[in-house]
Design a protein around this ligand. Structure first.
Ligand code: RRO
Length: 308
């Protein structure tokens, strides 16, 4: 039996729904010797900003029960550094290539969209309006009217698919999802990390070195929260959704798919094993075979909840 794991949405054609999440895989080039990227759907780069950023003081990663805190602080080589050292190779990766961009102003996002939004081999842009670890990183992702204006500005500057990555650190993620769609988002990815903290009470210090002492929580601990966020957004908007949050295996992928995700991103799992996305893609194929699922996309959004 042939298993069709393919998904096409928002102008993207993926061989399977497994993507790697921004910030967990560099630009894909680093992982290429360890993982056959022709076996996954695509790679999302670490966020690129207009200017290079050195990131937050160490420690930047801290393992928690069932998860991980990070406070990288948007470290990246900036648009010029990315264009000079990474872009060319990135655009030749053998899977979908999604460039994640971040900024402090509408102008930053507009400039980056203009610069990279027509580059051959950049298949889509993901707007990161949801970094919890830098001052101002959440501004756009938490204010609906500003988010709509930001997305609209970027929408006018590229023909490529625009994915907006949402933060869960809000009272009502549905409101932000609707705001992004109103601005012209082609798809939404959710969720970015949950603001969290770990402390060493004996030293009376946070475990992370960020100026706020806080970081972003990811990994299996957040999966139920992420599923609930995705399910709520699924019922409120009609654009394709990309599910993110603690996905480690093929069953996790299926949970997001039935809740309404057209694709998923693996993040924290990549820190333990950069080959995780390839393994999960293979396991998904095997799972579909076992379960008699010949066309995976037919299950997107098939969850049934009484009185949903
Ligand atoms: O760089 C980071 O600290 C970071 C970013 Br940009 C983000 O979007 N989410 C996150 O957990 N960390």
């Amino acid at each position: 039996m042939t298993i069709d794991l393919g998904c096409s949405f928002a102008g993207l054609n993926l061989r399977n729904p497994i993507l790697v999440a921004s910030g967990t895989y560099g630009s894909g080039l680093e992982a290429a010797p360890l993982a056959d990227l022709s076996r996954i759907g695509g790679v999302v780069t670490k966020s690129v900003t207009t200017k290079a950023r050195r990131g937050n003081p160490a420690p930047r990663i801290y393992e928690t029960n069932g998860g991980m805190l990070n406070s990288i602080g948007l470290m990246n080589p900036g648009a010029d550094g990315f264009a000079a050292k990474v872009l060319q190779e990135f655009t030749h990766l053998p899977c979908a290539r999604i460039l994640n961009i971040a900024g402090e102003s509408v102008d930053d996002f507009a400039t980056l969209t203009q610069r990279f939004g027509a580059v051959e081999g950049v298949d889509a842009l993901e707007l990161n309006v949801s970094c919890p670890n830098v001052s101002g990183g959440l501004d756009f992702g938490t204010r609906p009217a500003e988010l709509t204006a930001l997305v609209r500005e970027c929408r006018g500057r590229t023909q490529r698919p625009l994915i907006v990555k949402l933060t869960p650190n809000v009272t009502d993620i549905v409101e932000l999802a609707q705001a992004a769609v109103a601005g012209g988002a082609d798809a939404l990815s959710l969720v970015n990390t949950y603001q969290g903290m770990a402390v060493d009470w004996r030293r009376k210090r946070p475990e992370l070195g960020s100026p706020s002492g806080m970081g972003g929580l990811s990994g299996p601990a957040i999966k139920p929260l992420a599923l609930a966020a995705l399910w709520r957004v699924r019922r409120a908007v009609s654009v394709p959704l990309i599910g993110i949050g603690g996905i480690r295996n093929a069953d996790d992928v299926m949970e997001f798919i039935v809740c309404g995700a057209s694709a998923v991103q693996l993040g924290t799992a990549n820190f333990a094993d950069p080959a995780a996305p390839v393994q999960v893609a293979a396991a998904l194929d095997a799972l579909c075979r076992r379960e008699g699922i010949s066309v995976l996309r037919e299950l997107v959004g098939s969850l049934q909840v009484p009185r949903a």
